[in-house]
Design a protein around this ligand. Structure first.
Ligand code: MN
Ligand code: MN
Length: 330
């Protein structure tokens, strides 16, 4: 009998608590949710996204193109760096997804957020698994190449932090993942593309020819009014660069990837998903005289090879449609 009363009151308590918490959540939402919301009711995309997520059937039609992202035209409020590792889309560079669920605890999939790009750094290979960045006109200007290659001060202790000298006389270039040429609006953003965490050892023919040509093509698309979300990385192991530092009796190893790859989501002038571009290019001199279009594959294929899920914030049916296609350069 005592037990029955106990359980009954427990049940009432649980009901009360869950009831209360839903009330608090809804009262956190902007006042327009009481009547009718439009994108103009919000000052940032984050606020609109919160409402869309609270009402998944989208009664206010905040997600007109049905990609799961509300009011694309609104500005994104930057994530507080103190919230490092919190996997939300407040960071515009991973607005469409964090392909490997990079986080603050796995040192081989370590989320590193910069104002100009986001990385998944791998302390074991000494290079990033991937870099992800937004590219539109707001990042492009007239700032000169900083050329200040240096170690990244933001990596965790016990993590191998690559240095410019690790690449010296290796036969490989210090190859940018996020290109210097994509960050020419602010000096600070350009400078941060020269952090060694944004570099992979890249064969000169790859870096200076095919890879560069795809970088230029991406900026050409932006000049035509498109907005791009780009993810780039290396895959496989061609060899290791062995770097012995005089001050330490330890040899450090940097992985030279066998291939370099890129996954690009292209939005049109109105912010609608237009298509995708994916390439996988051998990281060797045999790509000299080749065109980047010779290495186009589908995003689906690249997902299989790398094990990452690109653009996973998009609805599955939209991913299925755009990720199976092979890009046709117009
Ligand atoms: Mn380069
Ligand atoms: Mn995907």
């Amino acid at each position: 009998m005592i037990f029955r009363i106990f359980f009954k009151s427990l049940l009432v308590l649980i009901l009360l608590l869950t009831g209360c918490s839903t009330v608090t959540e809804k009262s956190d939402l902007p006042p327009c949710t009481q009547s009718d919301c439009t994108c103009s009711d919000f000052t940032t995309q984050n606020e609109a996204q919160k409402v869309l997520e609270a009402f998944p059937n989208d009664p206010y039609k905040l997600d007109r193109n049905g990609d799961g992202i509300a009011c694309e035209s609104l500005p994104i409020k930057r994530q507080n760096p103190a919230e490092h590792g919190n996997l939300n889309t407040a960071n515009s560079h991973i607005r469409y997804g964090n392909p490997s669920n990079a986080n603050a605890t796995d040192f081989n999939n370590y989320l590193l957020e910069k104002p100009g790009y986001v990385l998944s750094y791998n302390c074991k290979t000494g290079i990033a698994n991937w870099a992800s960045w937004q590219l539109n006109r707001s990042w492009l200007g007239n700032v000169d190449r900083s050329d200040n290659f240096r170690s990244d001060p933001d990596l965790p202790d016990n993590c191998y932090v690559a240095r410019p000298s690790d690449y010296t006389r290796s036969g490989y270039d210090k190859g940018h993942l996020t290109p210097s040429g994509d960050r020419t609006k602010r000096k600070s953003d350009n400078s941060s593309t020269f952090l060694m965490s944004n570099m992979i050892p890249q064969s000169p023919a790859n870096n200076r020819e095919v890879w560069r040509e795809l970088e230029e093509y991406s900026r050409y698309l932006v000049s035509k009014g498109k907005e791009l979300y780009i993810v780039a990385g290396g895959e496989g192991k061609e060899k290791l660069l062995l770097a012995t530092h005089k001050s330490e009796n330890k040899t450090n190893k940097i992985t030279v990837p066998k291939y370099t790859w890129k996954a690009i989501l292209v939005l049109d002038k109105l912010g609608r998903i237009e298509n995708t571009i994916a390439v996988r290019i051998p990281n060797s001199e045999k790509v000299a005289q080749k065109d980047w279009t010779d290495y186009i594959i589908s995003i689906d294929e690249l997902e299989k090879i790398t094990g990452y899920d690109f653009f996973n914030r998009l609805k599955p049916e939209i991913q299925r449609e755009i990720e199976s296609k092979i890009y046709q350069k117009p």
